[in-house]
Design a protein around this ligand. Structure first.
Ligand SMILES: NC(=O)c1ccc[n+]([C@@H]2O[C@H](COP(=O)([O-])OP(=O)(O)OC[C@H]3O[C@@H](n4cnc5c(N)ncnc54)[C@H](OP(=O)(O)O)[C@@H]3O)[C@@H](O)[C@H]2O)c1
Length: 287
């Protein structure tokens, strides 16, 4: 096919990442599918001339550089990067250890930065490329208890992506943030979700309810990751691709609530907010 692209996907051993890789291959693209264990990636995706399975723990800059070198050696370029890999450290902020918070940020915020840092020189040289980062409803609208560390990583991911968009657009590189609602992957299994240890009695009652909620969601999420994967192929072919794609009716409801909440937070103090410049000065251009 003439519009064949080279996709580079992180966390392709299971979950959404494996579905993204399958959908890209099915659409006739070539795929560099990466994972902490490249054998697991091969097991999940099988063999194809259009597929390269590479080892990449996104917390390792050396892994990222080696994986990108491998991709360019095999396919000569990288057109679409999908920052998909992430973990989930669930719990009240006070009960999460500093090490758990570090690990959450290392995988879900610094990880995408490590991989993108390695890919950008390739895309800059090509003067083209598309960086897709999988955020979450939790990256758009916080305010849900028990997900403070995860939300921090996804809010960070979004701020970085939105700002980087302006930095790389002049090189013909586009960016897309994806905000999935609940999708039936392995994210809520013990392999991907780590819970904080219960240490503070004040949280006992609410923690029990939260644990019950999150464990009950596993396997019951309404979103079909194979459909999301096909949607990703569609948005990646749009010219230009969207800056943001909200995935799932639950994701849309969260996004619309966020818009309403922001407006409700701005309006009561609008006059006070806009009265803070030195007398006679007009406001500085907003960042
Ligand atoms: N499922 C949902 O409802 C949902 C909702 C909103 C957002 N998301 C986001 O969607 C993305 C995919 O999640 P998922 O639902 O597919 O979860 P998943 O089924 O748990 O898959 C997570 C993937 O990330 C990989 N991974 C974890 N740590 C890694 C690391 N340090 N380096 C490289 N790979 C690593 C895992 O590889 P291993 O096999 O090596 O562990 C696995 O392939 C994530 O960014 C997640 O935050 C998911």
């Amino acid at each position: 096919m003439s519009n064949k692209k080279i996709w580079f996907i992180t966390g392709a051993s299971r979950g959404m990442g494996a579905d993204f890789a399958k959908a890209a291959l099915a659409a006739g693209h070539a795929v560099v599918a990466s994972g902490r264990d490249s054998d697991q990636v091969s097991k999940a995706l099988g063999q194809s001339n259009d597929l390269l399975a590479v080892k990449l723990d996104v917390t390792s800059r050396a892994d990222a550089e080696a994986a990108v070198r491998g991709a360019v050696n095999r396919f000569g370029r990288i057109d679409v990067l999908v920052n998909n890999a992430a973990s989930f450290y669930a719990g009240y902020f006070e009960e999460l250890t500093p090490e758990q918070v570090d690990r959450q940020l290392a995988t879900s915020l610094i990880g995408p930065m490590n991989v993108t840092r390695a890919v950008l020189p390739v895309m800059r040289k090509q003067r083209s490329g598309h960086i897709i980062s999988i955020s979450s409803s939790a990256g758009l609208a916080a305010g849900f208890e028990f997900v403070s560390a995860y939300a921090a990583s996804k809010f960070g991911l979004e701020g970085w992506m939105e700002s980087m968009h302006a930095e790389v657009a002049p090189f013909g590189i586009t960016t897309t943030i994806v905000n999935p609602g609940f999708f039936r992957t392995e994210l809520l299994t013990e392999q991907s979700t780590n819970y904080a240890e219960p240490v503070i009695k004040d949280y006992d009652e609410r923690r029990a309810k939260q644990l019950e909620f999150w464990k009950a969601q596993n396997g019951k999420q309404s979103g079909d990751p194979a459909k999301l994967a096909r949607a990703l192929i569609i948005i990646a072919s749009q010219e230009p691709p969207p800056r943001r794609f909200v995935a799932g009716a639950d994701g849309i409801a969260t996004a619309e609530q966020k818009i309403a909440d922001l407006k409700a937070q701005i309006d009561p103090n609008r006059d006070l907010s806009t009265s803070l410049a030195f007398d006679g000065e007009s406001a500085t251009r907003a960042l």
